[in-house]
Design a protein around this ligand. Structure first.
Ligand code: ADP
Ligand code: SF4
Length: 690
């Protein structure tokens, strides 16, 4: 198919200082939880994206000097020459696909505790460091020598970056992760010398380091400034008018302006809290301040919106981190007129959770993310079938859909049987909950792909039992029958059933998703799941007119969503809606007119009046079909069945990302040689010094 001429503008080259991007698709720097630990893995991941048509691919942040590092997080390091080969491997992989390679140099300063190097962190002022944890560490206010040193370190790192082959070198002043932003900030910068006070003084470090960097690498590489245009704190934080002033004052100094929101939770807001393109109101004024190209993000997946950003003079380059993770081949698909094939980011920030947990980032939509090198999975391609095997997939949730899709892509004959009258399983149900509509894309993309495959047949309204499966006589059977929310309170705290009086009205998320609502007004929602479901059910109940008290043993609501950068936003939303939040307590026992709460620290109990209980606790696998088939293993041979495997939530309930991964893994390992106890992935080992 040919490209729609409406999108031609996206494929125009853009000159960035001494280099030229072949098109407007710009993968902005993004972390991925691999960094210096897994250099070949990051190189492969970026190289694959370059093959997918991005004009520019940037690294995650690269620490420029050992006096500022962000242990335990795993980003890149450019501490000395020995770091160059790993970085060069990445720029080589990007150049091999005719794209430009950018590197985000970072000196975190007050944003790193230096737990690895044990150096004293430096900052504009004597203040506690600003990390995700309340570390008992303070930064020391830099003196003139420290500032001179920092400028030299940054310059040396820029030169090393150029030697490592990078075409674009960043000066980083965004996301609250960079000392340059801390100098800009009236909150963090309390200095009285020429680096503090007035805007001109606070931006002096930015100006000097940008000029130094142009000086050091400008002959060959472009210099980008990535700047936080707004901290969404009103006048008390950095705000658009102030940063427009900064950009206006040094408009032509860098070769590119990369504009974003701060902190990271605002720079990477999820679909629960913002629409695609929501940064527009903060960045639409930047281009009239400078003749240099401007790149910005917005979880862009729609080419029409991208075109509008360019045509209306908001952005020159379409920045993307998450959309490029969910679909590394997004530009190529637009180029080839395959808009329907775009695997749209759902804005869930599971990718971010990889970085936050120091593990290779995964992606709900793209199960190959993080597995490109270590397992050799490709975001777009999969090897063709190696036998005539016919596969029955039972259950069309994210696991079953992905298994059927990937097996279908390999060319196997697949039957997908679904008990319900719609495809999507939990995704179909959950995307009807408040704020989760974008999650339906997990189903939509897979169903769209499967519909194009003549070798995949879909059977709705087909609840199968073991006898029926045996009758069909497929060679292989995948059981992906999902899970059910528990109604006995078992989860992290209660490991056996909670005492619940027989007349207590108990509902679970499954009941709420099926349309049931409590009959009473005062509802206690007990959340011992700690991800998104508790908060969303509370929101649903408030909207239905109930008064909700959310009780959780954690010290805050939805505590795991710290890893998706949503926790503070979720808690604020619930408090603003009038939800009563009781933290560090469990529901110890449930009675018809009250719940007995117990403090997790003291065990002290107290009753709260309530008319009903909603339990958001653990789930149970719906694995009866799998167990029944296992019990009939003696009949498999006669039925022509060579293997039965359970995957996804029916194997062990987990995230949607784990389900799509399980589906993909099944398809990847299908007909692959048995590896026994061998490690199922590659890993890079450190070099031992003599
Ligand atoms: P996962 O996240 O592992 O994909 P889901 O719960 O989202 O799990 O999806 C499981 C799907 O399996 C649901 O759509 C459910 O209707 C379907 N299902 C469950 N049992 C059967 C069965 N015996 N036959 C066919 N489909 C089933
Ligand atoms: Fe988008 Fe979620 Fe994938 Fe991240 S994990 S890229 S937010 S779909």
């Amino acid at each position: 198919m040919a490209r729609d001429p409406r999108y031609d503008i996206l494929f125009e080259p853009v000159k960035i200082g001494p280099v030229t991007a072949k098109n407007r698709f710009y993968q902005v720097p993004h972390c991925n939880g691999q960094g210096y630990r897994d250099p070949s893995a990051v190189a492969r991941m970026r190289g694959n994206k370059a093959a997918g048509g991005w004009g520019v691919l940037c690294t995650e942040q690269a620490e420029i000097h050992h006096t500022s590092e962000i242990t335990p997080f795993i980003e890149l390091r450019l501490w000395d020459d020995r770091d160059i080969p790993a970085l060069a491997k990445m720029s080589d992989a990007i150049h091999a696909e005719n794209a430009l390679a950018g590197i985000e140099l970072a000196y975190n300063g007050p944003n790193g505790s230096n737990n690895y190097t044990r150096e004293v962190p430096l900052g504009p002022s004597h203040l506690p460091i600003a990390t995700f944890y309340y570390d008992p560490v303070q930064a020391r206010a830099m003196d003139a020598t420290d500032i001179k040193n920092l400028r030299r370190w940054h310059k040396n790192a820029a030169i090393r970056a150029k030697r490592a082959g990078f075409d674009i070198v960043y000066v980083y002043a965004a996301h609250g992760f960079s000392i340059i932003q801390h100098f800009l900030s009236r909150r963090f910068n309390q200095r009285s010398d020429e680096y503090g006070g007035s805007l001109e003084n606070r931006m002096r470090l930015l100006r000097e380091i940008t000029e130094d960097t142009v000086d050091a690498v400008g002959d060959k590489a472009a210099v980008a400034v990535r700047i936080a245009v707004d901290e969404l704190m009103g006048e008390s934080g950095l705000h658009t008018a102030e940063i427009e002033d900064v950009i206006g004052r040094m408009a032509e100094t860098p070769d590119l302006w990369d504009v974003t929101l701060s902190d990271w939770s605002n720079g990477s807001r999820t679909s629960r809290f913002t629409e695609e393109g929501a940064e527009e109101e903060f960045v639409r004024g930047i281009k009239r301040l400078t003749t240099k190209p401007v790149v910005g993000v917005g979880r862009f997946t729609s080419p029409d919106l991208m075109v509008r950003q360019v045509k209306s003079g908001i952005l020159d380059l379409i920045g993307a981190a998450r959309p490029s993770i969910a679909d590394p081949f997004l530009p190529l698909k637009i180029d080839e007129g395959r808009i329907d094939d775009i695997r749209e980011c759902i804005g869930c920030n599971i990718c971010v959770s990889g970085d936050m947990t120091m593990s290779p980032s995964r992606c709900t939509q793209n199960p190959a993310m993080g597995e490109e090198w270590r397992k050799g999975w490709h975001p777009e391609f999969i090897r063709v079938r190696e036998s005539e095997s016919r596969v029955l997939v039972v259950g069309a949730g994210p696991a079953g859909l992905e298994a059927a899709r990937a097996l279908g892509q390999r060319g196997y004959e697949v039957a997908l049987a679904e008990a319900g009258t719609e495809l999507g399983g939990r995704v179909a149900r959950e995307c009807r909950l408040p704020t989760l509509s974008a999650w339906g894309r997990v189903r939509d993309w897979r169903v769209g792909q499967i519909n194009k495959m003549p070798n995949v047949s879909v059977y709705l309204d087909s609840r199968l039992d073991a006898a029926q499966v045996l009758e069909f006589g497929f060679d292989q059977v995948v059981v992906a029958t999902g899970s059910v929310w528990r109604r006995d309170g078992v989860a992290h705290h209660h490991l056996s059933a909670m005492p619940i009086a027989a007349d207590v009205a108990v509902l679970t998320p499954d009941d709420l998703m099926a349309g049931q609502r409590p009959s009473g007004r005062r509802i206690v929602l007990y959340d011992d799941d700690h991800y998104y479901m508790g908060g969303i059910c509370a929101e649903l109940l408030v909207k239905a007119g109930h008064h909700v008290t959310l009780v959780t043993p954690a010290p805050e609501v939805s505590t795991w969503t710290r890893n998706t950068l949503e926790q503070d936003k979720i808690q604020a939303r619930l408090l603003n809606m009038g939800v009563d939040v009781i933290v560090s307590h469990v529901v110890d026992a449930a009675q018809v007119d009250h719940m007995q709460l117990a403090c997790v620290f003291t065990g002290k109990t107290r009753p709260i009046a309530s008319d009903g209980l909603v339990l958001v606790t653990a789930r149970l696998p719906l694995d009866q079909l799998y167990l029944d088939l296992k019990a009939k293993e003696a009949q498999w041979l006669d039925a022509g069945i060579a293997g039965v495997k359970g995957i996804g939530d029916c194997w062990a309930p987990s995230t949607i990302a784990a389900a799509t991964y399980a589906g993909r893994r099944y398809a990847e390992e299908f007909d692959a040689p048995e590896i026994g106890d061998a490690l199922p992935f590659k890993r890079e080992m450190v070099e031992l010094l003599p």
